[in-house]
Design a protein around this ligand. Structure first.
Ligand SMILES: CCCC(=O)SCCNC(=O)CCNC(=O)[C@H](O)C(C)(C)COP(=O)(O)OP(=O)(O)OC[C@H]1O[C@@H](n2cnc3c(N)ncnc32)[C@H](O)[C@@H]1OP(=O)(O)O
Length: 341
């Protein structure tokens, strides 16, 4: 009997079916494959989180698509090589721009919802092959907006809000990672805390020479809350992931390259988006249908241990976020309160 037929027979026996059902229920707690994402319970929970977060804080996350800019309001910029219009001119590459000028592009509740909206649109975009994710004004992202967090996610009446924020961001970053598009994070300045986690949701990272990635969570007495612990481990492996998260050190572009966390270093930081787009153009030069199919094949092959690990990460984060030690650090401004570290 062929191996395939033996496996098929084993799979269809009732014991195996029961185990499979159990596994599916476990995996779907936070994050399943995008095509499994729409159970009524998950939708209900996500919708109520989005309703609770959508008016919290400022900033914008803007999606620019070829021939149709996401919010209908392309931003004016003097440097045309960095504009959403020039990136999307390639016709099959979109761009997500993060902007929160008062908070180093940290994500407010409003921005988390806009990021989820952007991924919704990208999931439905059949003609696309790639997406660049970047932060405006020379900085990638400083993680969660701590002013919003301190105000709305730490008090006794908002106990569950940190967990809900983590649930939404796990869901969004996992959907971003699973898109049938090749994704590249263009990192200028720094990717800090949740910003570092966001960078790991992309397939590749292109970093300006003077930029860095910093998992600051240990300084805040928490673990990553947006799925970045699991993804970092998949990218750099167990030992380097432990070094990165436990020390909370800044990982500069050259070091990130040595860790395998960065795919290209850009000498002149203002060229980062341009280089990231060129990087993506090379990967998406063949047929769009093939690129999309290949992304799903590689992504699926890579994801066996991803979903259960994410659920564990989310549970640990939810227990730690807002406890005495983390609330104190978050209230003080997060890692910036410990700049000397
Ligand atoms: C599950 C998600 C977990 C998380 O993401 S928790 C958040 C983790 N992130 C942090 O702890 C980052 C804290 N910030 C920093 O370490 C530094 O500000 C950072 C990002 C390295 C930038 O340093 P600098 O370039 O020297 O700029 P700076 O410190 O003067 O900051 C400029 C203004 O931005 C603000 N800012 C920076 N990060 C923020 C954040 N995450 N939330 C809200 N506001 C934030 C900062 O307070 C400052 O504001 P202001 O000008 O003093 O009014």
């Amino acid at each position: 009997m062929s191996l395939f037929r033996s496996i098929t027979r084993l799979w269809t026996n009732s014991q195996c079916k029961a185990a499979h059902t159990h596994k599916v229920a476990f995996y779907s707690a936070v994050c399943d494959r995008p095509e499994d994402h729409h159970t009524p319970e998950i939708d209900l929970r996500l919708n109520s989180i989005r309703t609770a977060l959508k008016d919290l804080g400022d900033g914008t996350v803007t999606l620019s698509l070829p021939n149709a800019v996401g919010d209908g309001n392309p931003k004016a910029t003097d440097d045309t090589s960095r504009s959403p219009e020039s990136v999307v001119q390639s016709n099959k590459i979109a761009m997500i721009s993060i902007s929160n000028p008062g908070g180093r592009n940290s994500l407010s509740g409003k921005m988390m919802c806009e990021l989820a909206d952007a991924v919704d649109v990208l999931q439905a975009w059949e003609g696309g092959a790639g997406v660049v994710l970047h932060g405006e004004n020379g900085f990638f992202c400083a993680g969660a907006d701590l002013k919003v967090a301190a105000q709305h996610m730490l008090g006794p009446s908002e106990n569950g809000m940190g967990e809900e924020m983590s649930y939404l961001m796990h869901h969004t970053t996992s959907r971003l990672r699973a898109l049938p598009l090749i994704s590249v994070a263009a990192i200028e300045g720094a990717a800090v805390g949740g910003g570092a986690e966001l960078a790991t949701a992309c397939d590749f990272r292109v970093m300006a020479k003077d930029s860095y990635i910093r998992f600051v969570h240990a300084l805040l007495s928490v673990v990553p809350g947006w799925g970045g612990g699991t993804r970092l481990t998949k990218i750099v492996g167990r030992r380097d992931a432990l070094r990165i998260v436990c020390t909370a050190d800044k990982i500069h572009a050259d070091q990130a390259m040595a860790f395998g966390l960065c795919d290209e270093v850009v000498e002149t930081s203002t060229d980062t988006v341009k280089v990231a787009t060129g990087f993506l153009q090379k990967l998406t030069a063949n047929s769009t249908a093939a690129t999309r199919a290949l992304k799903t094949v590689v992504s699926q092959a890579d994801d066996d241990a991803y979903r259960p690990s994410l659920n564990h990460e989310h549970d640990v984060f939810s227990r730690m976020w807002g406890n005495k030690a983390s609330a104190e650090q978050i209230g003080k401004g997060g890692a910036s309160a410990r700049k000397g570290d």
